[in-house]
Design a protein around this ligand. Structure first.
Ligand code: SF4
Ligand code: SF4
Length: 444
């Protein structure tokens, strides 16, 4: 039974929908005592998980039961915020007897896996380790929906995406994977983008979309449209060299960035104020700069804490890239890692975060619209997950139906299967499979 559950998740191409896209069949093949549903959805403005939990509670519980079966977990913990009352009522009604709800406060970043495990079950994940090291598997809400569909033979073909920000009417769409960002914005009613920029993801951790032809992937959760001059966009577009110069000239070592850093507060050896001091004198500071590897890039330091508008997160991200190229990984947990006594009082209220980041005018509902959309062309990236790119099993010119396998996991590799998200004719390129729907079919 357990092997069947895992096999169906593998066949369906399920990956972690809320993060980097780790293949779910590998994650759930490990033994754990607890499965935690990450329903925190802490990125301001995104509205996917809260609505799925309310409107598809029974399917999410079915997905949770499947992952519990796969991991052998005795308990399922559904962690979500108290403000989502509709979701709480729906999940309380749907939950099985070995499942319970944990109600979280409205703080950021409640969805960081290290923070969530601590909040939900009181265990401290060691620095540099994953929740499995303390017996937990953490699963995103949409991942569980996909795991439930997999048990019925369904494949991952769509992704739920909130389109919000500087738009007439924010909306959450169920988009065929491979829809371009430009097409997704048009489907959401965004007609003009002059003077605007788009983030792929939430305003705290999302990445600037450089090419509107970029496709939606299995992990896309939000498209946030903001004025090009918005403080969040300005920071994303500044070169790291300029941010370093700012740090040299202006950092006053007040250490607010460290005192509010969620990872520091969980006892990690990460002190961004020291990194800001260390980057002035890179030589001889390797040990100090290696701290950056423990950074989750949550953005609290630069978007909330720093009184001078400096950018420890972006500098950490650049350092992480440079250190990864040298093959360096985050160090082990400091001896006797323990949670700070002030951790409970230093959580960032989301309302205050929204005000401080200049997002107050954009904090609006984005109702779920699950109607099928007429998408006539999709570009399915062969690598939209952690691991090796999928290998095409279709040829150019071949007709495919929605849900057909078009690329599979290479033998012996970590990866994920890929399926056609619309019906049409395939064209195989080096890094993607393009599917074009015949005229008049709308891809369904
Ligand atoms: S909060 Fe800003 S000014 Fe203060 S130590 Fe951190 S980076 Fe420097
Ligand atoms: S982005 Fe800043 S606040 Fe967040 S984990 Fe990294 S150093 Fe800490």
């Amino acid at each position: 039974m357990r092997d069947q559950v895992i096999g169906k998740i593998r066949e369906a191409g399920v990956v972690g929908a809320g993060g980097a896209g780790f293949p779910t069949h590998v994650k759930v093949a490990a033994a754990a005592d607890t499965v935690i549903v990450n329903g925190a959805e802490c990125e301001p403005l995104l509205r996917v998980d809260q609505q799925l939990m309310e409107f598809a509670a029974a399917r999410i519980v079915a997905g949770l039961a499947a992952v519990m079966e796969a991991t052998g977990a005795a308990e399922g913990v559904i962690a979500l915020k108290g403000k989502h009352k509709g979701a709480i009522a729906a999940l309380e009604a749907a939950a099985g007897k070995n499942m319970r709800l944990v109600i979280l406060g409205d703080f950021y970043p409640a969805g960081d896996e290290h923070v969530l495990v601590h909040e939900a079950v009181g265990r401290l994940v060691p620095q540099g380790a994953i929740p499995l090291s303390v017996g937990c598997v953490v699963s995103n809400v949409e991942t569980l929906l996909n795991a439930a569909a997999a048990q019925d033979g369904g494949a991952v073909t769509h992704s739920y995406v909130t389109v919000t920000g500087e738009v007439a009417q924010p909306v959450t769409l169920r988009l065929p994977i491979g829809t371009t960002v430009a097409a997704a914005l048009a489907l959401a009613g965004v007609e003009r983008l002059e003077g605007l920029s788009v983030l792929d993801g939430g305003p705290m951790m999302g990445r600037l979309v450089a090419d509107l032809g970029q496709p939606i992937t299995k992990t896309t959760k939000g498209l946030v449209v903001l004025p090009a001059g918005h403080q969040i966009i300005r920071r994303r577009t500044m070169p790291v060299e300029a941010l370093l110069k700012q740090a040299h000239a202006a950092c006053i070592q007040c250490r607010y960035c460290t005192d509010l850093c969620p990872r520091y507060l969980l006892g990690h050896s990460l002190e961004p104020h020291k990194i800001m001091r260390g980057v002035k004198h890179i030589r001889g500071q390797e040990a100090l700069l290696k701290m950056a590897l423990a950074c989750s890039e949550c953005g609290v330091c630069e978007q909330y804490a720093c009184p001078l508008g400096l950018s420890p997160r972006t500098i950490n991200a650049a350092l992480k890239q440079a250190l990864a190229q040298q093959g360096l990984k985050a160090g082990a947990a400091p001896a006797g890692q323990c949670c700070s006594r002030t951790q409970a009082y230093r959580k960032i209220p989301v309302k205050r975060l929204i005000t401080r980041t200049g997002l107050g005018g954009y904090d609006r509902p984005a109702p779920l619209d699950s109607r099928p959309l007429a998408v006539k062309r999709v570009e399915l990236l062969l690598k939209q997950h952690i691991g090796a790119p999928s290998q095409p099993v279709v040829a150019s010119g071949q007709r495919v139906r929605q849900g057909d396998l078009v690329a599979r996991i290479p033998d012996g590799a970590l990866g994920a299967n890929l399926h056609a998200s619309i019906a049409g004719v395939a064209t195989v390129a080096a890094d993607r499979i393009v599917i074009t729907a015949p005229e008049g079919s709308g891809g369904r």
